[in-house]
Design a protein around this ligand. Structure first.
Ligand code: NAP
Length: 246
């Protein structure tokens, strides 16, 4: 079998970067998509290549249809047919109640977290169905079932929609030999908390987590890697919660 070729959106930092490194160690070649932080993307790409994998970085906004098409076109042209997709690029906007959220923030969260996932899944569905094999992992959130009151119910809503996408698409694509699963992290120590205005959140909420701490990005990467691996060959339509019991 040739090496898996896997697109990881939001691969420059946080969970996506840990996933790129883990997949490279597992024998994947990587197409790393990110939106702005080229230095972080290059740092992750360097680590991926050091593990012996091929890696292409593509600057693309996943909420932009043309960018997503260019991302997959570049992947196919530079590395070959895409066999894996990790839909991971996501945003929350500032913490707060829905009554205080701006329309601009609501629109951005829905466009990146939901429309972006749909654009990437649609292209992967077309390419992988033609190939007759493939696997998709949609990074969701424990927020999908917790609802995140007072923090970001709009974000939680996009993650619940992601889980519906995972279940439905797994049924559409199963007959074509394409598996679709999700991973729902709890609180993971990445830069997303600083971006939402609360850098100390992973420490602050630790006492509410049954395992007593926030998770590390590598602990999510392990779940993603398993779902993409041959060990998960009979697993589709599931959302694996990796949340320390939250
Ligand atoms: P992060 O550290 O903030 O990193 C976000 C990544 O997404 C960066 O690589 C960023 O690229 C990229 N990105 C953002 N918007 C993008 C867009 N429109 N198009 C392409 N790339 C974009 O985030 P994270 O904590 O690793 O979160 C990753 C995923 O896990 C998200 O879907 C998030 O909802 C989910 N999640 C996270 C947690 C948590 O506690 N951290 C919990 C549950 C679920 P640049 O580097 O170029 O800016």
């Amino acid at each position: 079998m040739s090496r898996p070729i896997t697109v990881v959106t939001g691969g420059s930092r946080g969970i996506g970067a840990a996933t790129c490194r883990r997949l490279a160690a597992d024998g994947h070649d990587i197409v790393l998509a990110h939106i702005a932080n080229s230095a972080a993307a290059e740092e992750t790409a360097t680590a991926v290549r050091a593990a012996g994998a091929r890696c292409v970085t593509v600057r693309a906004d996943t909420s932009d249809e043309a960018d997503v098409e260019r991302l997959f076109d570049t992947a196919a042209a530079e590395l070959g047919p895409v066999t894996g997709l990790v839909n991971n690029a996501g945003v929350t906007g500032p913490l707060g109640g829905l009554a205080d959220a701006t329309t601009e923030n609501l629109r951005r969260v829905v466009e990146v977290n939901l429309l972006g996932y749909l654009f990437c899944c649609r292209r992967a569905a077309r390419d992988m169905t033609a190939l007759g094999r493939g696997a998709i992992v949609n990074v969701s959130s424990a927020a999908a079932t917790l609802g995140s009151p007072g923090e970001y119910v709009h974000y939680a809503a996009t993650k619940a929609a992601t889980d519906a996408l995972t279940v439905g698409l797994s049924k559409e694509l199963g007959p074509a030999g394409v598996r679709v699963n999700g991973v729902a992290p709890g609180v993971i120590d990445t830069g997303i908390h600083a971006a939402m205005g609360d850098p100390d959140r992973p420490v602050r909420v630790a006492s509410r987590i049954p395992l007593g701490r926030a998770g590390e990005p590598t602990e999510i990467a392990g779940a993603v890697a398993w779902l993409l691996s041959p060990d998960a060959s009979y697993t589709t339509g599931t959302v694996m919660r990796v949340s320390g019991g939250l």
